[in-house]
Design a binder for this molecule. Structure first.
Ligand code: HEC
Length: 101
């Protein structure tokens, strides 16, 4: 019985598309530079700023929160991200740092 339950979990796991499957991570990487995302993060974390995505007390704890946070960040500098740009950025950050499933 236990064995079948495991197989079921496995099947359910693979059936799930990764979050932000419609996003293009390569373009997301470029958008980080274009919007100078790490300019503020640098001031807070030092280095190139990317440590903000991996800090132990990071605030993004799920795929849904990631988009929210990016909207707050870009709003703070008066930039409006297009839906596709958000997906691209999220796909990049998720692939590189967060690894949400
Ligand atoms: C105006 C300054 C500023 C800009 C520009 C900015 N951020 Fe941020 N960002 C912050 C601050 C400050 C935090 C930390 C917030 C906290 O600790 O409550 C943060 C946190 C984040 C986090 C969460 C990190 C965690 O803890 O998991 C993500 C993701 C993020 N920013 C993405 C972006 C992206 C993508 C862009 C570019 C579109 C961007 N930010 C631009 C200031 C900025």
């Amino acid at each position: 019985m236990r064995k079948y339950f495991f197989l079921l979990l496995l099947a359910a796991g693979t059936a799930h598309a990764t979050p932000f499957a419609d996003g293009n991570p390569e373009n997301g990487k470029k958008l980080i530079d274009k919007y100078d995302c790490n300019s503020c993060h640098k001031g807070k974390m030092g280095g190139d700023g990317s440590a903000i995505y991996t800090r132990p007390d990071r605030i993004v704890t799920g795929a849904d929160v990631l988009i929210d946070r990016m909207e707050q960040c870009s709003g703070a500098v008066g930039k409006n991200l297009a839906t596709q740009e958000k997906l691209d950025l999220a796909a990049y950050l998720n692939q590189t740092y967060y690894h949400f499933k």
